[in-house]
Design a protein around this ligand. Sequence first.
Ligand SMILES: Cc1cc2nc3c(=O)[nH]c(=O)nc-3n(C[C@H](O)[C@H](O)[C@H](O)COP(=O)(O)OP(=O)(O)OC[C@H]3O[C@@H](n4cnc5c(N)ncnc54)[C@H](O)[C@@H]3O)c2cc1C
Length: 430
Amino acid sequence: MKATIIGGGVIGCACAFELQRRGFEVTVVERNGAVGHGSTSASCGIVRRFYSQPGMIAMADEGAHIWADWNSHIGPIDGDTINFPRPGMIFFPPKLDESVLRIVAEMKRLGIKVTVLTADEVIERFPFFDNASHFPSKQPDDEDFFKTSGRRIEGAVFEEDAGYVISPDLATQNLRRAGEREGVLFRLKCEVRDIKRTHSKAYRLETKDGSIIESQILINAGGPHSSIINQMAGVKLPLETRALRREVHSLRNPLFDEVKGSPVPIIGDLDGGVYSRPEAGGRGIIVGSTDPDCDIFDWVEDPDDYLEGVTGTYWERQTLRLMKRFPQLEQGRPRGISALYDVTVKDWYPICDRTDIPGYYVCIGTSGSSFKTSPVLGMLMTEIIEASEKGRDIDHDPIQLTLPRTGVSIDTRFLSRLRGKIETIGTVFG
Ligand SMILES: Cc1cc2nc3c(=O)[nH]c(=O)nc-3n(C[C@H](O)[C@H](O)[C@H](O)COP(=O)(O)OP(=O)(O)OC[C@H]3O[C@@H](n4cnc5c(N)ncnc54)[C@H](O)[C@@H]3O)c2cc1C
């Protein structure tokens, strides 16, 4: 059966690889000249398992196993493949309450190496951190921004072998090569402009250069363009996806040593409002936002027309917030990138599902946090499509996905378009 995927980001390429291996005849249509050059190229590639949803913890853990064994996951291909350093990740939640301890218990249940640290233990283990609490976060122009709160953090959670993938666009190119080996066709520099259904209920895509692509199955993996592609297909979902502008900035790491490397882990500072990870082999540090309540969301109406580059406002607040946690950092000068998340506005979890129109599927709304699970989402989409095309009503009989490396089975209804309320903190930190 022919399947066309719109979007050659990490999601589209992961879906293509899995679907082709299961016997579908897959074409990926990508408007850029290479795969992985959309929002994936800006991804920090952080792989952590600290999530509120048990299903997401399990999927992220499966993802971690795959990234650690990437070459055997994708099989033999030409060229370089990714690296996956694992310096660990420290989380500073605003409170070390029942909800945090529940996550830690679930992580431990799955065998993930995770430790709860007191405020003193944070400093014993990472003497370069400041253990003051800054919650709730403030804007740098708030008169209290630089004042000490007089409070310490209640503690922290350390995920011992969290890591990050260098680099997400290389991972996507690896998936392309692996997909091509299996028979996937990639049509690059090919922008879908219109989607119609024929009398025989196939999808008929018209591209910018006037060519036509037809298939029985169509998958929207358009990242920040997801809502535009749904509109083109005449599909309205009960959950809204929107593009959100982000900036990620880079600083020099003052603790980098040519021989010993860097002792600085990945940081998820929900107390302070930022996340960060090592960059350039530990020579640098990159910092993004966890969207504290005092910041205004920078929603973008047209993903082809947003402010590119770094702005002083974002740079100042993200770097200063990180410097409060890691005082030896020097701000330097504004350096970094801007990019878009594709956010599922209701709960910041991806939507991986069929739709009300037969043959049209979505893997969208990945909300700045689905790089790590992309190979797993590819497997899930394959299960969803196979089951639906065989006539199973997955709305009432949802996919129970058995994760091949960890052996855990999850009910994937929390990623459906019809899900109810789910446990989420409503933001992401890599
Ligand atoms: C700044 C930033 C930091 C992040 N950090 C992390 C992290 O640390 N850890 C983590 O797990 N996740 C992270 N993420 C999230 C993760 O990177 C994304 O969820 C993932 O890359 C999205 O991939 P995608 O394939 O859906 O989107 P994209 O990579 O944007 O791919 C969609 C593709 O569709 C193409 N397209 C769109 N419209 C059309 C059309 N009409 N015709 C043809 N092609 C079209 C685009 O050109 C694009 O290449 C981050 C994301 C960002 C932006």
